[in-house]
Design a protein around this ligand. Structure first.
Ligand code: NAP
Length: 252
């Protein structure tokens, strides 16, 4: 298997895109550590593949809880080879409604946790001379969307991806981001909508302006992840890979 013996840590792994990442990494032979604020145990039990599987509950916006996860991973596996920073929150936060508390929560989950996990696991990757960090950005950064806190956080994820790539490139560690388009996950469908179009309308409109006219599914992102963590991608770093059926080409 391509990832035999590698340890992968995935945040936001209980459902949605993060769970699809776990499924793919496990199927490709990695030991998978699924981290989520909700208990990921049910999903972890259903993962296939020969590697070890572990579910850990952690609010990644809390540095002490991140430390606990890092300690557990290092005790059990010695290092993390593949870090997938996927967890994200996306409340509606336009200029009239965003509060500083909400802004900080979005930054803590979507941005700061990436720094905490990367700082903790990069030394082991450097020492091994091999590592993969894959962050979850978003195509929203290229649109006219008004979710201030979310859009800013994902723009920062893209910049942080490039900065980490600059830091780690000489050590055999690549750092890239996958930027999904619109994926009808529980997180997306469950967003509170007080006005504006329904989730179904947003999905229909987005699909209509994609080049590839089908809904995106989490496995689309899993396929991209499998490539970025493989040795075939060892000359690719600091990149934002838009996996969106071609929607960003339209700027829609
Ligand atoms: P999702 O269905 O909401 O899944 C995200 C998971 O992360 C949930 O299980 C969530 O737990 C967990 N989580 C939230 N806050 C956390 C925290 N503080 N600590 C640990 N885990 C936490 O979301 P998704 O649609 O799969 O999105 C995954 C990533 O893709 C996010 O970074 C998102 O911004 C990005 N993205 C998604 C889309 C899309 O259209 N879906 C598009 C572009 C980018 P709870 O159940 O408690 O919330």
């Amino acid at each position: 298997m391509a990832l035999d013996g590698k340890t992968a840590v995935v945040t936001g792994a209980a459902r949605g895109i993060g769970y699809a990442y776990c499924r793919r990494l496990a199927a490709d032979g990695a030991h998978v550590v699924a981290v989520d604020i909700e208990d990921p145990a049910d999903g972890v039990r259903q993962l296939t593949g020969t590697g070890d599987k572990l579910g850990l509950v952690c609010d990644i916006s809390e540095p002490a809880q991140v430390d606990t996860v890092v300690g557990t991973v290092l005790d059990r596996y010695g290092r993390c080879d593949i870090l997938v920073n996927n967890a994200g929150v996306f409340p509606f936060t336009d200029l009239d409604h965003v509060t500083i508390e909400l802004w900080r929560t979005v930054q803590a989950v979507n941005v700061e946790a990436i720094l905490l996990f990367a700082q903790a696991f990069a030394p082991g990757m450097r020492a091994a001379g091999w590592g993969r960090i894959v962050n979850t950005g978003s195509g929203i950064t290229l649109t006219q969307n008004r979710d201030l806190a979310y859009l800013t956080s994902k723009g920062t994820v893209h910049a942080l991806t490039r900065a980490l790539a600059n830091e780690l490139g000489e050590s055999g560690v690549t750092v890239n981001a996958i930027a999904p388009g619109l994926v009808a996950t529980e997180g997306f469908l469950g967003r509170a909508r007080t006005n504006g179009p329904s989730a179904e309308e947003v999905i229909a409109r987005t699909t209509a302006v994609q080049t590839i006219k089908r809904h995106s599914v989490p496995a689309d992102l899993g396929n991209a992840l499998a490539f970025l963590v493989s040795d075939d991608a060892d000359f690719i770093t600091g990149q934002i890979l838009h996996v969106d059926g071609g929607v960003t080409r339209t700027g829609a």
